[in-house]
Design a protein around this ligand. Structure first.
Ligand SMILES: C[S@@+](CC[C@H](N)C(=O)[O-])C[C@H]1O[C@@H](n2cnc3c(N)ncnc32)[C@H](O)[C@@H]1O
Length: 268
């Protein structure tokens, strides 16, 4: 995430290593953006080139250097070109470098959740509309919170939100984005399956097809009142619908944008 003196992102300098080490999650360098850990891989992100970093990490933490790259911020991940304020219902979201009166500020960081991806937008739209037709909801889970945009929205609407992500960088960024807006939520690090059964009025799950199929089949996942599901496209939708039909679920509404789908589900 951004720390002084950096006010926005330009180029990302990435350094990938085999192995992980907890000390690498918080490096005391103002150019440090974050540490992405995925299974046995660590990727360190900086605003500037760090030529000494590979040997320093190898020597002090025992990880082995794999590769480095320089990537324009706009080309990273799900796309970060031209990030600007956007509105969903009465909620406005704006990148932290472009504050607007009354808007929810967010640092997009380098994890999923820049605000540009159709699935994030569909989830926010569906959340806003469901909240107005069937809400308010007291207990909301955000499964796979990424940068935390859905968590921010649900917390702003007044829910008690619990969020989880297995990527520690997502957990840090979601907490940071909550604090930028003086909002509260419990943000937990781990695999979603560790937090089952979910007792909730509403579950937000913008994940991926395989994980959604696994979750939908678990009785411990089937205890909430409403679910918003996304992270799959029109070609994957049939499998998701079959899994829903096999469980205690009723589809209330469907949204689609650029080939991506979001389903609003009620437990039947
Ligand atoms: C598509 S992103 C959605 C991010 C955010 N909710 C949004 O809508 O913009 C999915 C997120 O789920 C997380 N994730 C994937 N599998 C997970 C698992 N098994 N347990 C916890 N988090 C997981 C990923 O790290 C990623 O941040």
């Amino acid at each position: 995430m951004l720390r002084p003196p950096h006010k926005r992102y330009h180029h990302l300098h990435l350094y990938a290593f085999s192995g992980t080490h907890p000390a690498l999650r918080d490096l005391p360098d103002p150019d440090f953006i974050g540490c992405w850990e995925e299974e046995d891989l660590t990727v360190l992100f900086f605003h500037r080139e760090k030529p000494e970093l590979p040997s320093w990490v190898e020597k002090n933490f025992g990880l082995s250097f794999e590769l480095s790259a320089r990537v324009p911020f706009e080309e990273w991940g799900e796309g970060r070109q031209d990030l600007k304020p956007f509105r969903v219902g009465s909620l406005t979201f704006t990148p932290v470098w472009d504050p607007q009166p009354g808007a929810l500020l967010y640092d997009p960081g380098v994890v999923f959740g820049s605000g540009r991806h159709p699935t994030t937008r569909l989830m926010l739209q569906a959340l806003w509309e469901l909240w107005n037709h069937k809400g308010p909801f007291r207990e909301v889970w955000d499964l796979g919170c990424g940068s935390g945009l859905l968590t921010l929205a649900a917390a702003k609407l007044g829910a008690r939100v619990r969020a989880v992500d297995r990527n520690p960088l997502c957990v840090r960024l979601t907490r940071h984005n909550l604090s930028l807006n003086r909002l509260d939520a419990e943000v937990k690090e781990g695999d979603i399956r560790e937090f089952l059964p979910l007792e909730a009025d509403l579950v937000l799950a913008n994940l991926y097809k395989g994980l959604l199929l696994d979750l939908l089949g678990l009785p411990s996942f089937q205890r909430a009142r409403y679910y918003l599901l996304s992270g799959f496209n029109t070609t994957m939708e049939k499998e998701i619908r079959m899994a829903l039909e096999a469980g205690p679920f009723k589809i209330l509404k469907r949204y689609q944008k650029e080939g991506w789908v979001c389903l609003v589900i009620r437990k039947s």
